[in-house]
Design a protein around this ligand. Structure first.
Ligand SMILES: NC(=O)c1ccc[n+]([C@@H]2O[C@H](COP(=O)([O-])OP(=O)(O)OC[C@H]3O[C@@H](n4cnc5c(N)ncnc54)[C@H](OP(=O)(O)O)[C@@H]3O)[C@@H](O)[C@H]2O)c1
Length: 280
């Protein structure tokens, strides 16, 4: 009856583990370096590298439900072994624009992962979040050091979703009937511009934050520090398009968990420490 939560160091998975434990669900937190995962004492942890099939069988022993990150490298192997181990339901962390025929790499990766899970014969639920509120943690170093947010798109709009709301939907899908075969587009409750996000961070930490319009080449170079040039170009294209044509907010979080999704202002208050203090 155990629920396996992969990628337990991640923001969504960490929140999910806490919510499942609070609900009294038998939970196993899995990651590539389980010793480094900051979780409540006593949580069962296990090594599971989604790119390394040798780690799958021990992680899946006795598991009936899985929260899965979309890591393509070992996915088919993972699904075969999950079916053999008796897994009955997989909740996949996918993405809003998941599409195996998409021209951009992020949407295609998530679309391929969805197709693989659907082919596995195991019941599934797809979580399709739009932009994560945690993406703006990339602003934390300059906010802490200089009180500045640097970004080329002050008027780009999105409805950033709180990791705890993605996790809350995942927890429902993993623990109640009725979510099999559902694909949930998940966003925050309202559209906000990036300039307004910076203001809300300032309100959360109690000091005004300046928004500096960043040079596009500098921004692209920064993105290329953590992702491929192709993905950087997708991020830039979508950010620019979202000035006039933002993806609308959805009410799926509220429909699934019975209360409205958290606003970006609430997220900023929950993460005020990240913008105020050096990370420990
Ligand atoms: N950022 C967005 O706006 C956005 C939007 C839609 C969907 N998404 C999806 O959400 C994911 C990021 O979620 P997040 O914010 O919770 O992540 P995060 O905090 O950035 O952490 C990344 C997670 O991915 C896990 N991971 C990566 N490679 C792995 C592997 N080979 N085996 C096991 N786990 C692996 C890491 O696991 P370890 O604990 O083992 O290090 C870690 O938990 C992305 O992968 C993307 O698929 C993101």
């Amino acid at each position: 009856m155990t629920i396996l939560v992969t990628g337990a160091r991640g923001h969504v998975a960490r929140s999910l583990v806490q919510q499942l434990l609070a609900a009294g669900q038998p939970t196993r937190a899995a990651g590539r370096n389980p010793g480094a995962v900051r979780l409540p004492a006593g949580v069962e942890t296990v090594l599971c590298d989604l790119a390394d099939p040798d780690t799958f069988d021990a992680a899946l022993a006795g598991v009936t439900r899985v929260f899965l990150y979309a890591e393509p490298r070992g996915l088919d192997d993972f699904l075969t072994r999950a079916a053999t181990a008796g897994v009955e339901h997989i909740v996949l962390l996918s993405a809003m624009l998941a599409d195996p025929a998409a021209t951009d790499a992020i949407s295609r990766l998530h679309g391929d992962a969805e197709q693989a899970v659907a082919r596995s014969g195991i019941a599934w639920t797809f979580l399709r979040p739009g932009a994560f509120a945690t993406n703006t943690l990339q602003w934390a170093p300059s906010v802490r050091a200089e009180g500045v947010v640097r970004d080329p798109f002050p008027d780009s709009r999105s409805a950033p979703v709180h990791e705890a709301d993605i996790a809350a939907v995942a927890a429902r899908a993993l623990t109640e009937p009725g979510h099999e075969g559902a694909a949930y587009p998940l966003t925050g409750p309202e559209l906000v511009t990036r300039r307004r996000q910076a203001e809300l961070i300032g309100e959360a930490i109690g000091r005004p934050i300046r928004f500096a319009v960043q040079d596009l080449d500098e921004y692209r170079a920064e993105l290329c520090g953590w992702t491929t040039p192709q993905v950087a170009d997708v991020v830039i294209r979508e950010s620019a398009a979202a000035v006039d044509r933002p993806a609308p907010a959805t009410d799926t979080v509220e429909k699934v968990i019975g209360r409205p999704a958290r606003t970006y202002g609430e997220w900023a208050r929950d993460h005020a420490g990240d913008f105020r203090d050096e990370p420990s």
